[in-house]
Write a protein that binds this ligand. Structure first.
Ligand code: NAD
Ligand code: UDP
Length: 323
């Protein structure tokens, strides 16, 4: 049994990660300031005697006492519309927030797990993306508040590792979806599912020919656990599903899974929207013996069920009136 601090523990990935750690017998401290979440994701965990929640901003002092085996730094706005609304907070949580976590690890002798992102590859000119690729990021573009914060976080983490201060592991997470994505967070899977389930047309930005590779949350969390557990493996290691789809294809799948007949509407594409993204997961397979198992349609079906429940309905029959 380990004692693990999860920053961003009330968020989408953080809450699933906490739940998984508790289920295997670990003790979990979740820390969050609810910048892009509320308490709902962790409500069911609060009764567990091995779970503690601390409401705090990771950029400020970390009010966490007692021994720690691992600090997993997941705190950060992650959805593009959200980090674009919180530019300075996003830069700070990646920079100062990461440093605070690393310092805590140094004092506690804990392993540090950094939740980095496929966004460090920017709009990639190498495809698929392996960890050795340095990326193509616009350092002054709108998305840079997120991309560069994560790149700095990786640089800082590697510096602590090289000096020998902290045992670290970096994972670069590719697009992940599933139950507990916030219906209003603006990411493509949450938008499409809410639109399909409420009888709205699905909003395709740009040509719809841009690609992403979507990983179901349960798969991703297994990868996070594996990386938390293996002291000495620094990475970075890509975690994501290598099955690549266009956004148009994703819209079709969401329509089929939900039975939606509301069609699509075309809107202008966001600035600096990466054209293609697909992880090379050779490293994860080799070092973590990890690969995703959940098929995209299956994962979308499971997500749709959860979203339907959120919208106050039991089935997947599309609703005509708004929730
Ligand atoms: P999320 O927005 O659901 O969760 C992030 C959590 O961090 C939220 O609960 C938020 O309130 C919290 N937070 C933000 N700033 C904070 C601060 N200063 N102090 C304390 N808590 C703070 O996002 P998510 O999808 O769960 O992402 C979790 C992590 O994984 C992020 O670091 C993100 O960059 C990374 N990631 C996610 C994806 C994905 O597809 N979900 C892809 C790549 C990387
Ligand atoms: N997207 C879309 N419609 C939406 C939301 C997003 O077409 O309602 C597109 C977006 O332009 C991008 C892709 O879907 O090309 C993934 O967007 P998301 O914000 O989920 O994640 P990103 O990978 O861009 O961080």
């Amino acid at each position: 049994m380990a004692r693990i601090l999860v920053t961003g523990g009330a968020g989408f990935l953080g809450s699933h990660f906490c739940e998984h750690l508790l289920a295997r017998g670990d003790e979990v401290v979740a820390l969050d300031n609810f910048a892009t979440s509320d308490g709902s994701n962790i409500e069911a965990l609060r009764d567990n005697s091995r779970f503690t929640f601390v409401e705090a901003d990771v950029v400020e002092e970390l009010p966490v006492r007692g021994p720690l085996d691992v600090v997993a730094h997941l705190a950060s706005p992650a959805s593009p519309p959200e980090y674009l609304k919180l530019p300075l907070e996003t830069l700070r949580v990646g920079s100062t927030g990461t440093e605070r976590c690393l310092e805590l690890c140094r004092r506690a002798g804990a392993r540090f797990l950094l939740a980095s992102t496929s966004e460090v590859y920017g709009d990639p000119q190498v495809h698929p993306q392996a960890e050795a690729y340095w990326g193509n990021v616009n350092p002054i573009g709108v998305r840079s508040v997120y991309d560069e914060a994560k790149r700095y976080a990786e640089a800082l983490t590697m510096a602590y590792s090289r000096i020998g201060l902290v045992d670290v592991g970096i994972v670069r997470i590719f697009n992940t979806y599933g139950p507990r994505l916030r219906p209003g967070d603006g990411r493509v899977v949450s938008n499409f599912l809410v639109q399909a389930l409420t009888g709205e047309p699905l909003t395709i930005y740009g040509t719809g020919l841009q690609t992403r590779s979507f990983c179901f949350v349960d798969d991703l969390v297994r990868g996070l656990c594996a990386m938390a557990d293996v002291r000495g493996v620094t990475g970075p290691v890509n975690l994501g599903n290598p099955i690549e789809v266009t956004i148009e294809d994703l819209a079709g799948r969401v329509q089929r899974v939900t039975g939606s007949t509301s069609g699509v509407v075309r809107l202008p594409g966001p600035t600096d929207d990466p054209a293609r993204r697909r992880p090379d997961i050779t490293m994860a397979r080799r070092l973590l013996e990890w690969e995703p198992l959940v098929d995209l349609d299956d994962g979308l079906r499971r997500s749709a069920e959860w979203f339907a429940g959120q919208l106050g309905r039991s089935g997947l029959v599309p609703m005509r009136e708004k929730p």
